[in-house]
Design a protein around this ligand. Structure first.
Ligand SMILES: *Cc1c(COP(=O)(O)O)cnc(C)c1O
Length: 392
């Protein structure tokens, strides 16, 4: 099999046989002519299948080492499709370091259909084992937790789940298939918000699922076709285009993130830095084992998301978030432009306040999505924001 970058560019992007175009045309057709009544061609109706969406799914399947993928209208639609495999009375065990939208889906939508949900610290394997119940059907975890950047032992969680017949799903949005491929660790479903690194340019919204088991793909395909949250052709094209540069973007952004994380850790104003590439990270050894597997230690990358805490009042933390010029104050992440946000009031505002407190999402946390700008400019931007609160 060829390398990751080669597959990102060539798989699912064969030369168009009709024209010789080196980029596949975008197929906007909603319906397709059939060979005969009751006889079906490769495509019939765009909700059920579309050539541009199929091409994206094919590329992603190759990058995630899976057997099949599905592209959805958003990351949340992709997670929702997974939860639609469940029935009333089923239990979901979810990681406590979890995206705010996934928390809201599980607690506000799934619970209303009779599904029960509990959250556990997934870095504590004994707690995970104890948290699996007779009625547990799904374990949902993030490859890099959000916002506390926790790293979980995916191979061990997959093993625990298999022993108990429980399905596992990993939100790999922060990890990206460049650095982390959960299917190879025995996880059943990998999910992405394609809005983030896969698209990579803050200009489209999408979600994906990839699996290694054809029967599971059939079940998820049935849910998607029956409920209809498919990714449209134009966005499928944009995400496919994003995938071609995914490896180089993620590696370079991660390199800048490592540099910034080390620098932040050296500042007296900074109380703590949560970044899986730092030796001070509680799961650094595990992260080194699971991330960027094929690379020697010196070249390993750990993603481009950093969370840190300031020795400062809530007002000052807010001021820092509002004072940067290059880091835009915005939720979302994973694009070429750097972003800054305050999880407690922004990305994780949908958490119940007591759950925020319980899971360490304090008011003084700041989350950075490190983009592709010159790292020295990013550092200067943060420095001047820090100076703005130190002067007063
Ligand atoms: C953004 C995000 C989602 C949700 O994806 P949307 O495309 O916004 O629906 C899910 N998980 C993580 C980790 C995210 O960052």
């Amino acid at each position: 099999m060829s390398g990751f970058r080669t597959r990102a560019i060539h798989v699912g992007n064969e030369v168009d046989p009709a024209t010789g175009a080196v980029v596949r045309p975008v197929h906007f057709a909603s319906t397709f002519q059939q060979p005969g009544a009751g006889e079906w061609g490769s495509f019939d109706y765009s909700r059920s299948g579309n050539p541009t969406r199929s091409a994206l799914q094919e590329t992603l399947t190759s990058l995630e080492d899976g057997c099949g993928s599905l592209a959805f209208s958003s990351g949340m639609a992709a997670i929702h499709a997974v939860t639609m495999l469940l029935r009333s009375g089923d239990h979901v065990l979810a990681g406590s370091d979890m995206y705010g939208g996934a928390y809201r889906l599980l607690h506000k939508i799934c619970k209303a259909t009779g599904i029960t949900v509990s959250m556990v610290d997934m870095t504590d394997l004994a707690a995970v084992g104890a948290g699996i119940r007779e009625d547990t059907r799904l374990i949902w975890v993030e490859s890099i937790g959000n916002p506390r950047m926790s790293i979980v032992d995916l191979p061990e969680i997959a093993k625990l789940a298999k022993q108990r017949g429980v399905l596992t799903g990993v939100d790999n949005t922060f990890g990206t298939p460049v650095l982390m491929r959960p299917l190879q660790w025995g996880i059943d479903i990998v999910m992405h918000s394609a809005t983030k690194y896969l698209g990579g340019h803050s200009d489209c919204l999408g979600g994906t699922l990839s699996v290694a088991d054809p029967d599971l793909w059939d079940r998820l395909y049935f849910v998607q076709n029956a409920t209809g949250a498919v990714l449209d052709p134009m966005t499928s094209f944009l995400v496919s285009r994003g995938l071609k540069t995914l490896d180089i973007r993620v590696r370079e952004q991660s390199r800048s993130a490592m540099h910034l994380a080390e620098w932040l850790e050296s500042l007296p104003l900074v109380r703590s830095v949560l970044y899986p590439g730092l030796k001070s990270h509680p799961q650094y050894a595990l992260a080194s084992h699971l991330f960027d597997q094929d690379r020697p230690t010196a070249d390993k990358r750990f993603g481009a998301m950093i969370t840190f805490e300031l020795n400062a009042s809530l007002e000052d933390v807010k001021r820092v978030c509002e004072s940067t010029k290059l880091f835009h104050l915005a939720v979302s992440l994973g694009a070429v432009e750097s972003l800054i946000e305050q999880p407690a009031t922004m990305s994780h505002a949908s958490y119940a306040p007591e759950d925020r407190a319980k899971h360490g999402i304090t008011d003084s946390l700041i989350r950075l999505s490190v983009g592709l700008e010159d790292v020295e400019d990013l550092k200067a931007d943060l420095m001047s924001a820090f100076e703005s609160i130190q002067r007063t």
